[in-house]
Design a protein around this ligand. Structure first.
Ligand SMILES: [Fe+2]
Length: 152
């Protein structure tokens, strides 16, 4: 494992984080209805977290002698709350995958400090998966209850 391969993987991570900045911010802008009170702040907070991660990874790439990417991936868009939540969960799950792969590479490189650095971010990405999984479960139940009371 050479350093440039690890830098490539870190650039995949920063591209994902830039995607999160735009995707989550847009979700925060467009989420409507009663759920706006709950989810707008949450989505904007997730955009902020992606930016924090992008800053961390960008500085690390630079410190390792690479050039941090300014590119991002395709943005997933919707105005449906359920779809926005599902897209968020898919985004966080992908982040877990990328950082897990990066950690494996850092281990192969024998860079213990980089492993620890990436583990801190991985933990936050997994927290995102857990949080959204619980929210989606509760959201589905609340929507189900509304539908039940509307028909009953
Ligand atoms: Fe992130």
């Amino acid at each position: 494992m050479d350093k440039s391969t690890v830098i490539e993987k870190l650039n995949e991570a920063i591209r994902h984080e830039w995607t999160g900045v735009a995707q989550y911010a847009q979700a925060g802008f467009v989420v409507g209805g009663l759920w706006r009170e709950v989810y707008s702040t949450m989505f904007i907070g997730s955009a902020d977290e992606s930016f924090v991660h992008a800053k961390l990874v960008g500085d690390k790439i630079s410190a390792m002698g690479g050039i941090p990417s300014v590119e991002r991936n395709q943005i997933q868009q919707s105005t449906c709350v359920k779809e926005l939540l599902d897209m968020g969960l898919a985004f966080e799950s992908k982040a877990v995958e990328i950082y897990t792969e990066a950690i494996g590479m850092a281990e192969e490189l024998g860079d213990r400090a980089l492993v620890v650095f990436l583990e801190d971010i991985l933990k936050e990405e997994q927290d995102g998966v857990d949080h959204l999984t619980q929210i989606i479960r509760e959201h589905d139940q609340a929507e189900g209850n509304q539908a039940a009371s509307a028909t009953g």
